[in-house]
Write a new protein. Structure first.
Length: 389
C-alpha cells in the first residue's frame, strides 16, 4: 500500500476498527488516537490496545477504563499520572482489586486503597507495600476474601492463629500454605476440613488418624477417606459416613469393609457403579448386584454372576420398577448426531440389556445403514413401552 493510502485518515480508522492492535502498521496514529470515539469503539474488542497508544490515550480516563474492563493487565500501560491518580485508582480497585499490581508505589502504600483492593480480591495483598502486608486489619480482610492470600502476609501474621483460622475458614485448602505447627493444630485442621474435606490431605499424620477430624472431613467430602489413616479406613462408622456422602469413597475402604454387605449396599444404593469397588464375593452376591442395578443398569458390567443370573436380575429390575428412564440403558451414548447423521458405528453398552428388554434379534453392533430401519424404531418402541408401564 503506498503512502497516500497509509496516511489516509479514513483508511487508518478502518484499520483501527478491524485491527485494534494495528496501530503499529499505520503512519500517523497520533491524530487518530486523539479521536476517543474511535478508540472507545475498539478497546472493547481487542486485548493489548494501550501498549500501542500514545500519551494522550494512555491518560484518557474513559478510554483506560474501557480498556481495563476488557483486559485488566492493560492498566500497566496507562500513563504514570493516571496510575497515581488516587480517585481514579480507588474506583478501579473497587471492582477490580487485582489492579493494585499496576498502580504507583505510593498508592500501594495507601491503606484505604489497599483495603478496598483486598476486600474485592484478597490475592491483591501480594502487591501491597511491605508495611501494609504486615497490617493485621488489611491481612485479615484479605484472607477472609481469599484464604490463599495468606502467603502474601508478613511472616509475623502468617503465624497469627486468628489470621490462619480465618484463611482456612474461607478456603480449607489454604491449610497447604501454613506451617507444620498449624497443620498439627486440631482446631485449625478441623476448621479447614469442615470447609473442604480434601484439606485432610495437608493435615499432620497424627490428625489424619484423629477420628473426629476424619469424620468431619468425610462428611464434607467422602473422597477425603483416601487421606485417612489405615486404621480409620477400617473404621466402619467412618467409612459408612464417607460412602453416604460419596459412594465412590468405597474404593478407599479397607478390604474388610469393601466386603461388608451393609457398607457396600449403602454405596451401591447411592451409585450403582460403586459395585466395582466391592469385594469379589459381593460382586457375585445377587442381593448386592440387584441393588446396584436398580440404581444404574450399567452396573451389570461389574457383576461376577453368570450370564443367565444377570439376565434374570435385569428382568427382575424391570418388574420391580416402572420408573427406569431410557437413558439408564445407555441409549443416550449412542443417539448423538453429527450434522444430522448418526455416528458411523453404534454399540450397545451391554448385550444383557438388549436381551433383558426382549429384543434378542437386535444386533449389538451395526453400522449407519441399519440405524434408520432398525435401531431408532427399536429405541422408540422401548421408550414407549417403558413410558406406558
Amino acid at each position: 500500500v503506498d503512502d497516500s493510502v497509509r496516511n489516509d485518515e479514513a483508511f487508518n480508522s478502518q484499520v483501527l476498527r478491524e485491527l485494534g492492535d494495528g496501530l503499529e502498521f499505520v503512519n500517523s496514529p497520533n491524530e487518530l488516537l486523539a479521536n476517543t470515539n474511535i478508540i472507545k469503539e475498539i478497546v472493547g474488542r481487542y486485548d493489548s490496545f494501550l501498549v500501542f497508544a500514545n500519551d494522550h490515550i494512555r491518560s484518557h480516563v474513559d478510554v483506560v477504563k474501557e480498556a481495563i474492563k476488557c483486559c485488566p493487565k492493560e492498566l500497566k500501560y496507562a500513563s504514570e499520572a493516571l496510575r497515581a491518580d488516587r480517585d481514579f485508582i480507588l474506583e478501579v480497585v473497587g471492582y477490580m482489586g487485582y489492579a493494585l499490581r499496576s498502580v504507583s508505589d505510593t498508592l500501594k502504600s495507601d491503606p484505604e486503597v489497599v483495603m478496598i483492593a483486598v476486600q474485592q480480591c484478597g490475592s491483591a495483598l501480594e502487591h501491597a507495600s511491605e508495611a501494609l502486608r504486615a497490617d493485621r486489619d488489611i491481612v485479615m480482610a484479605a484472607v477472609k476474601e481469599n484464604g490463599f492470600a495468606l502467603p502474601y502476609a508478613s511472616e509475623a501474621l502468617r503465624t497469627d492463629k486468628d489470621i490462619v483460622l480465618a484463611a482456612v475458614n474461607q478456603n480449607g485448602l489454604a491449610l497447604q500454605r501454613v506451617s507444620d505447627e498449624f497443620r498439627a493444630n486440631e482446631e485449625i485442621v478441623m476448621t479447614a476440613v469442615k470447609e473442604c474435606g480434601y484439606a485432610l490431605g495437608y493435615a499432620s499424620d497424627a490428625l489424619k488418624a484423629n477420628r473426629e477430624v476424619v469424620m468431619a472431613a468425610v462428611k464434607e467430602n467422602g473422597y477425603a477417606l483416601g487421606y485417612a489413616s489405615d486404621a480409620l479406613k477400617a473404621d466402619r462408622a467412618v467409612v459408612m459416613a464417607a460412602v453416604k456422602e460419596n459412594a465412590y469413597a468405597l474404593m478407599d475402604a479397607s478390604n474388610e469393609l469393601s466386603a461388608d454387605k451393609d457398607v457396600v449396599k449403602l454405596a451401591v444404593k447411592k451409585d450403582g457403579l460403586a459395585l466395582q469397588f466391592a469385594s469379589d464375593e459381593l460382586m457375585a452376591n445377587e442381593e448386592i448386584v440387584l441393588e446396584a442395578l436398580q440404581q444404574n443398569l450399567k452396573a451389570i458390567r461389574y457383576s461376577k454372576l453368570g450370564g443367565e443370573t444377570n439376565k434374570r436380575l435385569l428382568n427382575k429390575v424391570r418388574l420391580m420398577s416402572k420408573f427406569v428412564k431410557p437413558e439408564a440403558f445407555g441409549f443416550d451414548d449412542f443417539l448423538q448426531e453429527d450434522n444430522n447423521r448418526l455416528n458411523k458405528d453404534l454399540l450397545l453398552t451391554n448385550e444383557h440389556v438388549v436381551d433383558y428388554l426382549g429384543y434378542s434379534d437386535l444386533p449389538g453392533l451395526f453400522v449407519n445403514k441399519h440405524a434408520k430401519d432398525v435401531y431408532l424404531p427399536t429405541v422408540k418402541k422401548i421408550t414407549n413401552e417403558l413410558s406406558n408401564d
